[in-house]
Design a protein around this ligand. Structure first.
Ligand SMILES: Nc1ncnc2c1ncn2[C@@H]1O[C@H](COP(=O)(O)OP(=O)(O)OP(=O)(O)O)[C@@H](O)[C@H]1O
Length: 295
């Protein structure tokens, strides 16, 4: 995965830059608001609709013909997951097979309690399958030591959560740097990269603020910067727009599509079909099983 931080790698709408109080230092370097947020032109009476430009997505959720698929980066093979409650084994996921290819943007949808977060946690090594195996970039985590798994997770996987999961007593900058305390890439000036990432998400003048002093949209942008600090190949996002208003959710989605266009593999859980349609592929989880596996 290339390490690439450009002023215009992602952009945020003017409204949120004002919200963030972005200084004039970056003005003119971001692409114009209209290029990503044409729907901002809608009148106040009309409900907000997220409409990213056609160039951001090949074809609303149906662009597989035009998608240049790379090698598999995530392979979930015959996975089962159950929890033990007292004497009872409660099955949560069964017969899960899923391949996600390099550069793919996959949305996971499904009813509440169907097992979406459980699947995401397994892919991100936050939990272990009861049966089956998970491979990341061709490496079977069952064959790796705990230390190797932690390194693979720390360097290759960035996480985002619906509730942001920022540490309240740390500043935005410290939150972004946090994953590097455990794992970092050699030769990277992490402080510099954290500042660049915060500038990239339009928060350069909020870097010394604590999460309690940020809006939801700003907090989620800090979470994006934190997820990218080690330049991971894979971004996992569990309902990243779930706690945001639709306009701010659209802004975060715009960032995702730009990151995906730069080659990053994205797996995102969402309840919102309007958000999911920007993915290359939608996987539906129901009763712990994938309903529509097209890979
Ligand atoms: N640690 C656990 N112990 C026991 N059961 C669990 C545990 N974690 C999750 N579950 C159960 O697994 C099922 C799936 O949960 P999961 O969070 O994966 O669903 P989800 O599809 O992400 O739901 P939502 O859309 O509401 O977030 C639920 O019935 C939940 O109660």
């Amino acid at each position: 995965m290339k390490t690439k931080i450009l002023n215009n790698e992602v952009s945020s709408p003017e409204g949120s830059n004002q919200e963030a109080g972005r200084s004039s230092g970056t003005e003119g370097k971001m692409p114009p608001e209209e290029s990503l947020f044409a729907s901002d032109k809608t009148s106040k009476e009309e409900p907000f609709k997220c409409e990213l430009p056609r160039s951001s997505r090949p074809d609303s959720g149906a662009g597989e013909e035009t998608l240049q698929k790379g090698p598999p980066v995530i392979e979930v093979i015959d996975v089962k997951k159950s929890y033990t409650l007292g004497d009872m084994e409660v099955p949560i996921l069964s017969d899960i097979n899923l391949t996600v290819r390099e550069g793919e943007f996959l949305a996971i949808m499904g009813p509440s309690g169907s097992g979406k977060s459980t699947l995401m946690n397994l892919i991100g090594f936050l939990d272990r399958p009861t049966e089956g195996k998970i491979m990341i970039k061709g490496l079977d985590i069952n064959t790796l030591s705990d230390k190797e798994v932690a390194k693979l997770r720390g360097l290759e996987i960035g996480f985002m959560f619906q509730t942001f999961n920022l540490i309240p007593r740390l500043t935005a900058l410290e939150n972004v740097e946090l994953p590097t305390y455990a794992n970092t890439r050699e030769g990277v000036d992490t402080r510099k990269r954290a500042k660049e990432l915060l500038r990239m998400v339009g928060l350069e003048d909020r870097m010394h603020h604590k999460p309690g002093e940020l809006s939801g949209g700003q907090a989620q942008r800090v979470a994006i910067a934190r997820a990218l600090i080690n330049d991971p190949a894979i971004l996992l996002a569990d309902e990243p727009t779930g706690n945001l208003d639709s306009r701010t959710g659209c802004e975060i989605l715009g960032m995702f599509t730009r990151l995906n266009e730069d080659g990053r593999t994205i797996v995102m859980i969402t309840h919102d079909p309007d958000i999911a349609k920007y993915a290359d592929r939608i996987v539906l989880v129901k009763d712990g099983m994938i309903q529509n596996n097209s890979e």
